[in-house]
Design a protein around this ligand. Structure first.
Ligand code: ZN
Length: 452
């Protein structure tokens, strides 16, 4: 049993002063406010709950900055994807583990304490399953253990290159499974994650373009009570192709064919009509927004006002990991709305409320729901905690919600000071305890991959 003391901490019902949090077995045992610190307590100024990062492809961290050169035709998501496929073709299991570990270390340093890994590269370079079909799931789990980030593993079912069951192409061969083989992969993944502290397994039918209706039904039968994630309506071309195939837009098609509920997280859901947006809000599914990646890929802008007005839930994800930052995702989310709407404080729920606070609270609740955990600094929740450096110049004189607003909108450097996951301190002075070793392995693997 250990105990932390914070001068100020953000609890489920708001900011509290003189907060002590006792931790037992990786979970929060008690939370008391208005309490004096005891002599053995570790003392900090500002305490926040760790944020969930609900959507990541860890290995894509290795490509950050390598797809920003103009190609021969006009560049889009689809030309980016070709480059991503070329990168995927060469990766060994050791590469996957080293790059993913680096991504996870950066997530922790940024204030994310759990990741939803949308894990879709399963097989060897020739497209054959490894002797152990869960080889790459094990590598992702190893990266999570090295970094001590909480992991919700989402093994992806991927079978086709386009709507209507088009055969997969060469670049997709490492992703593809039959339904039966996916069942085996899922079993192997559950075994691996069963041995990971705090680990969970969901499922992820990749997208409606990669999965036929029959396959979707078959794969959903494996879900149990765990999270279900799917990419949907990220691109206008995807919406057009879905409409040409079925007469329906992708989000509408999904609602008409599958009982979508609170277990679901619809990643991106960028292009929705009013009706789709309203139905999605009503069913309690989470919108998995990845604002930095969506901007990087030129996807479009999610219509947040409409969705929030209907009571919709959302969380944020770092997706391609081109830049890993909790504050960066929240800032980009708000700024994209401001630019489109020519308005300010779009995410502030009511007059007088703080944009940073409302963004943070919503992303904590939605991200926790999407990753199957209880979030927040509350008794019984995992002890996933972040402290901010009150000495950061951008936080000077700030208190309560102004701390969040200043972190998200006004900090040049990250003020994240310490981070605990499952009660274990993994980041101190903004630096992960294994940053050096993980960074060295990343450099070595990247050197090999990019020279090949
Ligand atoms: Zn994605």
């Amino acid at each position: 049993m250990s105990q932390l003391y914070f001068e100020k901490a953000l609890l489920p019902d708001g900011w509290a002063a003189d907060v002590t949090i006792s931790i037992d077995g990786g979970h929060i045992a008690t939370v008391k406010s208005g309490a004096r610190p005891l002599s053995g307590d570790e003392r900090h100024a500002i305490g926040l709950p760790g944020l969930p990062n609900l959507h990541s492809h860890g290995f894509q961290r290795g490509m950050a900055g390598l797809t920003e050169m103009r190609g021969q035709s006009s560049d889009s998501f689809w030309t980016w994807r070709e480059l991503m496929y070329r990168f995927v073709r060469k990766m060994t299991p050791e590469d996957v583990e080293a790059i993913t570990a680096q991504a996870y270390v950066e997530m922790l340093e940024a204030g994310f304490t759990r990741v939803g890994e949308f894990h879709y590269v399963h097989h060897d370079q020739s497209g054959l399953p490894y002797g152990n079909i869960g080889e790459l799931a094990e590598r992702v789990a190893a990266a999570a253990q090295t970094s001590s980030i909480g992991l919700t593993l989402l093994p992806v079912f991927y079978a086709h290159s386009g709507f209507g069951g088009r055969p997969p192409d060469q670049g997709q061969r490492r992703f593809v499974n039959s339904v039966d083989q996916f069942g085996k992969l899922l079993e192997a993944s559950r075994r691996v994650i069963g041995a990971c502290e705090g680990g969970l397994v969901g499922i992820a039918p990749h997208s409606l373009r990669a999965v036929t209706p029959d396959e979707l039904q078959a794969v959903l039968a494996f879900a149990g009570r765990g999270p279900i994630h799917i990419h949907v309506a990220e691109q206008t071309k995807e919406v057009e192709d879905c409409t040409a195939w079925s007469g329906k837009r992708p989000v509408r098609w999904l609602f008409d064919h599958v009982p979508v509920d609170r277990r679901w997280c619809l990643i991106h859901a960028t292009h929705m009509t009013d009706d789709e947006s309203r139905d999605m809000a009503a069913c309690g599914a989470v919108a998995g927004l990845c604002p930095v990646t969506e901007a990087n890929l030129g996807d479009g802008v999610f219509d947040a006002s409409r969705f929030l007005a209907a009571g919709g839930r959302f969380g944020v994800g770092t997706d391609s990991n081109v830049l890993i930052g909790a504050a960066d995702e929240l800032r980009q989310l708000e700024y994209s709305q401001r630019l489109v709407r020519r308005a300010r404080n779009v995410f502030a729920a009511r007059s007088g409320s703080s944009t940073g606070r409302d963004l943070f609270d919503a992303a904590l609740a939605g991200g926790s729901q999407a990753l199957g955990i209880t979030g927040g600094l509350a008794e019984g929740a995992p002890a996933d905690i972040v402290s901010l450096d009150a000495g950061d110049i951008a936080l000077a004189g700030r208190s309560d919600d102004a701390i969040l607003d200043s972190w998200i909108f006004g900090c040049r450097r990250s003020p994240v000071d310490c981070v605990w996951t499952m009660g274990r301190k993994v980041v101190t002075n903004g630096r992960h305890r294994r940053a050096e070793e993980v960074g060295a392995a990343f450099r070595e693997k990247l050197g090999g991959l990019l020279a090949a």
